[in-house]
Design a protein around this ligand. Structure first.
Ligand code: DMJ
Length: 674
């Protein structure tokens, strides 16, 4: 190899060689070799200078040409690389493609390192790191309901109302955490599920409409619903301030009364808070249930009341929230109520000591009330389905089977009492759809619906009973010709109707919705008009406990007469309950308007400024309705819940093809939803 250094050492090869002063490395050069960069640069420059102008130009041209070629080929290689990459991604997509099913999102494969880096930067977005409170377990997926306040349209309205603020908050939360299915402090992940522990008992199937329903636009909360929320919060404030953890609020004396000593109002109100979207209140109440609700108490409770309010309330709250705390508590109270069934006839006693595990009838009799022993079935059957323990369902089914076979009915109408020793009806000959018999009829239909419309005996008994009502108890009043349900006592018709009977239009409508005779709906329409008139014809616009209808027109008399002993109002739910069903099934706005009037009258005559609502003694005296100083737990459990649902246009807010309400307005799942 030739080098300038070597040439310099051996003598000038070219004619214009110029001798130069050597630098510090002469000694090396004298020895022959140096690899210093400066030396190499200088040597190259000398060589370049030695070239002719032509040679230099040719070389420069070649360099320029190569540079241009390089740029062009780089650009075209980039394109080729890109299309190659895309092609391979497309190919990956095709591999995943199933005939007839198009991938919603084309495969995009970010550089793995980058993805990892992202996870590191934003740990809260990492799916593995979703916070998961330990108490939360999700109920059956088909039974989760959405919070009713999701709609973003509400963001601009009613900014002063906290319910709406919550709505916005929750809506925002949902935007960031897509895996959350439900709200309320409970982060619920789609992969969590609560399986009934045993398959011995029927399980609900996932309704096919669930996915579609999940994608529906949420229905905004309207003004009337907001008014219900406001009323609830006012009632709750009174309870919280003066009766927290006790059974009922006494809003005037700002204290409380105890019945079972089990926080009845709080438990009855749990699922209402859920449905109304009152997150904070719900969480507070949940804490009380977790820390303070103890059933191991030496206390006598009424089997029916504690089943429909406590067991029913806990079960429905479990289904809505998916929070296993409520199921655990439901199991506890369910087990403690079981001694009631240890009777000679298996017809349960009315009272149970839940601490001691003993049961007994009332002191004065060994009879139980027919409505009571036949209106605990929805709850105990559901408890069996959830726990896999058949004993609950067996006990209550036995009661129904027994009552099915009993003599003493009148065209399907049952007497009011049943003896726990003999298992026979007592006090024969008196038939009513009011107190002591009412929910027997309601639960015939609802059990049939709950069980997937298969239990024919229940349907038979229900259909026969409605025929009995038509035959023996229906009459028309004067002057307005209102259809009403009276009573029959030893062959004598009485034009007396309890407000309690106003559950019937709703139940009839529910039956018609489930395919029963169309004339049931006609009857429902007539009866709900009557129930409304029981409010509208009264001075305060609130119904008394009992009315008597005029059968003959008399000058200056309305259809509705009220006896002094019956003119109290306990904030009962039955009429608004039926209004809710009627509106759901007909869409006729007049039912909402009637309910709205009732709510306004509750606000006018029963609202206590310091918190809470009170029962009143005299619905006929607007200037002094005589407050009774008691807020029944069903005002929060039922009345306000049905009001809220009545004013809603969202049929999926407790969809009646998926849920059946117990007689205390606690929704329980239909096992085989339509
Ligand atoms: C509630 O406890 C229940 O609705 C029951 O069936 C009847 N009485 C009250 C409400 O009025």
């Amino acid at each position: 190899m030739y080098s300038g250094a070597a040439a310099a050492a051996v003598g000038p090869p070219r004619r214009d060689f110029i001798s130069v002063t050597l630098g510090p490395d002469e000694a090396v050069r004298a020895g022959g070799y140096s690899n210093s960069k400066a030396w190499r640069r200088r040597s190259c420059w000398r060589k370049w200078k030695q070239l002719s102008r032509l040679q230099r130009n040719v070389i420069l041209f070649l360099f320029a040409f190569l540079a241009v070629c390089g740029v062009i080929s780089y650009a075209s290689m980039g394109e080729a690389w890109k299309s190659l990459t895309n092609k391979s991604l497309d190919d990956q997509g095709k591999e995943q493609e199933i005939p007839g099913l198009k991938l919603a999102n084309p495969a995009v494969l970010p550089a793995p390192q980058k993805a990892d880096a992202n996870r590191g930067d934003y740990p809260e977005l990492s799916p593995q790191k979703q916070p998961k409170p330990p108490h939360v377990r999700r109920g059956p997926s088909n039974l989760q309901i959405k919070a009713p306040w999701r709609d973003t349209r509400l963001k601009t309205q009613h900014s002063t109302i906290r319910a709406v603020e919550k709505l916005v908050q929750v809506d925002n939360e949902e935007k960031t955490e897509k895996s959350i299915i439900s709200w309320r402090g409970a982060v619920i992940e789609p992969d969590q599920s609560t399986e009934p522990p045993s398959s011995k008992i029927k399980e609900p199937e996932k309704p096919s409409s669930v996915e579609a329903e999940d994608q529906k636009e949420p229905v905004p909360i309207n003004e009337r619903q907001l008014a219900v929320i406001e009323a609830f919060r006012h009632a709750w404030r009174g309870y919280k301030d003066f009766a927290w953890g006790h059974d009922e609020l006494k809003p005037l004396s700002r204290s409380y009364s105890e019945w079972f000593g089990l926080g009845l109002t709080l438990i009855d109100a749990l699922d209402t808070m859920w449905i109304l979207g009152l997150k904070e209140e719900f969480e507070e109440a949940r804490k009380w249930v977790a820390n303070d609700l103890v059933f191991d108490k030496n206390v006598d409770v009424n089997l029916f009341e504690s089943t429909i309010r406590i067991l029913g309330g806990l079960l429905s709250t479990y289904h809505l929230s998916g929070d296993s705390l409520f199921l655990e508590k439901a199991k506890d109270i369910g087990n403690r109520l079981m001694p009631a069934f240890k009777t000679p006839s298996k017809i349960p006693y009315s009272d149970v000591n839940i601490g001691r595990g003993t049961a007994h009838p009332p002191r004065w009799t060994s009879d139980s009330t027919v409505a009571e022993v036949t209106s605990i079935q929805l709850e105990f059957r559901e408890l069996s389905r959830l726990t896999g323990d058949e004993k609950f369902q067996k006990a209550v089914d036995e009661v129904m089977k027994h009552v099915h076979t009993l003599s003493g009915k009148n065209d399907g109408l049952v007497p009011m009492f049943i003896n726990t020793n003999s298992g026979q009806f007592t006090h024969l000959g008196v038939y009513t759809l009011g107190a002591r018999a009412d929910s027997y009829y309601e639960y015939l239909l609802k059990q049939w619906i709950q069980g997937g419309k298969k239990e024919n005996e229940l349907l038979e008994d229900y259909m026969r009973a409605i025929e009995g009502v038509k035959k023996h108890l229906l009459q028309r009043s004067a002057p307005k010709k209102l259809t009403f349900v009276g009573e029959l006592a030893h062959g004598h018709f009485s034009a007396k109707m309890d407000h309690l009977v106003c559950f019937l239009p709703g139940t009839l409508a529910l039956g018609a919705h489930n395919g029963l005779a169309a004339d049931h709906m006609k009857l429902a329409e007539a009866l709900i008009e009557t129930c409304y008139q029981m409010y509208a014809q009264v001075e305060t616009g609130l119904s008394p406990e009992i009315v008597h209808f005029n059968l003959h027109a008399q000058k200056g008399h309305k259809d509705v007469e009220i006896k002094p002993a019956d003119r109290h109002n306990l904030l009962r739910p039955e009429t608004v309950e039926s209004l809710f069903y009627m509106y759901r099934f007909t869409g006729d706005k007049k039912y909402q308007d009637w309910g709205w009037e009732i709510l306004q009258n509750f606000n006018k005559y029963t609202r206590v400024p310091t918190g809470g609502y009170t029962s009143i003694n005299n619905v006929q005296n607007p200037s002094n309705p005589e407050p009774r100083d008691k807020m029944e737990s069903f005002f929060l459990g039922e009345t306000l819940k049905y009001m809220f649902l009545l004013f809603s246009d969202d049929i999926d807010l407790i969809n009646l093809d998926k849920y059946v309400f117990n007689t205390e307005a606690h929704p329980l799942p239909i096992w085989v939803p339509a």
